[in-house]
Write a protein that binds this ligand. Structure first.
Ligand code: HEC
Ligand code: HEC
Length: 176
């Protein structure tokens, strides 16, 4: 009886380990960034980032864009013409990359013009108060959730003073 119990334990443990390993294998096989390896050693088409940015710093930024928008490299970078399993990083073919470039510029300007002047001396060279995730919150296009703001406010504070809202509701019903 005791031996049988031990055997059951052994097999359950083995089954769980196999399941976990299987999940890891699945995850690795479905890693969409696999193959998007940066092989170039010099940057060819940087228009807003510093020309001499190191590979580590550039990759840190790119990873940050991915998580901020919940996308992968191929959301902004177009497939290579010679080998479509690879990406053509310097190409500006995708509109998303061009928009992203403007977003980087905007974010830098907001930080420099509206935050940096108000930091007490000595001023840090780069102030990062506003960043992609502040607006995007894991969505490629924040307009979609911003359009739901009206609904979000209602769940914010159920005990809020909503007399104004009720008035507006009445007005709307009257005009319908
Ligand atoms: C949200 C859009 C976006 C995502 C996602 C993104 N990138 Fe970029 N990437 C850019 C922009 C914009 C530039 C150009 C910046 C500039 O003009 O200074 C760029 C430039 C680059 C460059 C330099 C190319 C050159 O030589 O000019 C490399 C390399 C690169 N990205 C790799 C990656 C990798 C790898 C990933 C995924 C891990 C990634 N990017 C994800 C927007 C993105
Ligand atoms: C001040 C808020 C704000 C910040 C900061 C911001 N974004 Fe955006 N971004 C937006 C809004 C709003 C839109 C949608 C605009 C539209 O549809 O016209 C957008 C759209 C985009 C798009 C196009 C999405 C699509 O496919 O429609 C990309 C790519 C993008 N942002 C990348 C970035 C990156 C990368 C950063 C950080 C460097 C960044 N954004 C910082 C507000 C912001």
């Amino acid at each position: 009886m005791k031996f049988k119990k031990k055997l059951t334990w052994f097999f359950s443990a083995a089954a769980i380990s196999l399941a976990v390993l299987g999940l890891y294998a699945f995850k690795a096989a479905h890693n969409p960034d696999k193959g998007y390896v940066v092989t170039q050693s010099r940057w060819k088409n940087l228009k807003v980032l510093p020309q001499d940015i190191t590979k580590d710093s550039l990759m840190g930024l790119m990873k940050n864009y991915e998580t901020s928008l919940s996308v992968h490299c191929n959301y902004c970078h177009t497939p290579s013409k010679e080998d479509p399993t690879k990406l053509d990083f310097p190409s500006d073919e995708k509109l998303e990359k061009v928009i992203a470039r403007g977003m980087i510029k905007m974010t830098n300007e907001v930080n420099a013009n509206y935050f940096q002047p108000y930091f007490p001396d000595p001023k840090p060279k780069q102030v990062q108060v506003v960043n992609c995730v502040l607006c995007h919150r894991g969505a490629p296009n924040p307009e979609k959730y911003l359009s739901q703001m009206g609904k979000m406010y209602k769940t914010y504070d159920p005990d809020r003073d909503n007399r104004k809202e009720k008035e507006q509701e009445k007005e709307r019903k009257k005009s319908e």
